[in-house]
Design a protein around this ligand. Structure first.
Ligand code: NCD
Ligand code: ZN
Length: 350
């Protein structure tokens, strides 16, 4: 008699922070997320960025057209907040079901963020309107002052910018995206119970620390923003994600770049995890003895914060092992290296 591998079934997860890109890259990466997830919050940092309803409808239609036949995956679109964003357009796009949320990149914080916000006074009317209609603001929480150490930019944002933002817009729902620090965990725990602050946590920030980027040489494929921090922060993130607390949820920040753009004298920030997103999180939750909390993190907490229903369908994971693909071929001599490429993960989707 052979032992059956261990299995778990959970409600289908959603990805509350995903970069899908456009064109050939979109076509190459979308099937992975569509196979695993019910919905994803789609980041608007294209070049040029998705700044208004008209542009978001075009991008949404491009995503829908690129979906594999029979897929039920739904892209949830976001607007890229700029100093010039029109509150009426955001409200109209939200009412029409085009926009789910608005993304705030402090100008120059990360990839394609040159159009980001330079002045919080200018965006105050948009944020007031969003608070009024219950539309969440998704924040890239790093200061951009180059004199602030790169490993401190999130903590300084939480200390200096976030309290002002929350103080000025107390009714605004805010998601602190891809938190990487114990300061991020603490501020979300402090304000989470008030229902206005939550956070996404990526799979890679649960798995790597800043030393991982330099093991035996420089590892450009582990470079992302916010950059991975010290081990104590990774441990704080793991405790938060696996706690079951409702203000922490699944958001991969999967951000594909061509291998040539990563392995370069000035490599791009971004880690591609979407090919095995659910399996990566399952690995972490299993290691922490918290598989019973995976469904809350992956499938329940996000919809609850966004005020959306949970997915109707379910997924099953089996502890029979999976080898992460070596490379993802995008076509046209372009390829992407997945996180943990060629390595074995314990869980796989059945
Ligand atoms: C993202 C990208 O490549 O679009 N990169 C990243 O390192 N996370 C941008 C972002 O979300 O910061
Ligand atoms: Zn991102």
């Amino acid at each position: 008699m052979t032992d059956q591998p261990q299995r778990i079934t959970l409600r289908r997860p959603d990805d509350w922070h995903l970069h899908l890109r456009t064109g050939a890259m979109l076509k190459a990466v979308l099937p992975h997320s569509a196979a695993q997830l019910g919905r994803a919050i789609v980041m608007p940092n294209l070049a040029p960025p998705v700044v208004d309803t008209a542009r978001a409808e075009i991008y949404r239609d491009e995503i829908l057209a690129a979906l594999p036949a029979g897929s039920h995956f739904r892209p949830l679109m976001t607007a890229y907040l700029t100093d010039g964003t029109d509150a009426d357009d955001i409200e109209a796009g939200h009412a029409k079901g085009v926009f789910t949320a608005v993304k705030l990149y402090p100008a120059h914080a990360t990839t394609n963020s040159a159009h980001g916000v330079t002045d919080f006074d200018k965006v105050a009317p948009v944020l007031d309107r969003m608070a009024k209609i219950g539309m969440p603001l998704l924040v890239h929480g790093e200061v951009t002052d180059q004199s602030v150490d790169i490993f401190d930019r999130e903590a300084v944002f939480i200390d200096t910018v976030l309290p002002k933002l929350m103080g000025r817009h107390p009714d605004l729902k805010i998601v602190l995206e891809h938190i990487t620090t114990e300061e991020g965990v603490a501020v979300v725990r402090q304000h989470g119970p008030g229902g206005k602050l939550a956070a996404t946590i990526t799979a890679h920030h649960l798995m790597i620390n800043r030393s991982s980027i330099f093991v035996g040489g420089i590892r450009p494929h582990l470079y992302c923003l916010p950059i991975a921090k010290r081990e104590k922060h990774r441990l704080a993130l793991r405790a938060a994600a696996t706690s079951g607390e409702p203000w922490f949820f699944f958001g991969t920040d999967s951000a594909p770049h061509p291998i040539g753009a990563k392995e370069s004298a000035c490599g791009c920030a971004g880690i591609y995890t979407a090919a095995t997103a659910v399996e990566l999180y399952a690995q972490v939750f299993d290691e922490e003895g918290a598989l019973d909390k995976l469904e809350a993190f992956a499938s329940l907490n996000g919809p609850a914060f966004y005020g959306l229903p949970v997915n109707e369908s379910f997924i099953t994971l089996e502890k029979s092992g999976l080898i992460v693909p070596d490379v993802l071929d995008v076509g046209g001599n372009i390829a992407v290296l997945p996180f943990r490429s060629g390595e074995r993960l314990d869980w796989r989707l059945v």
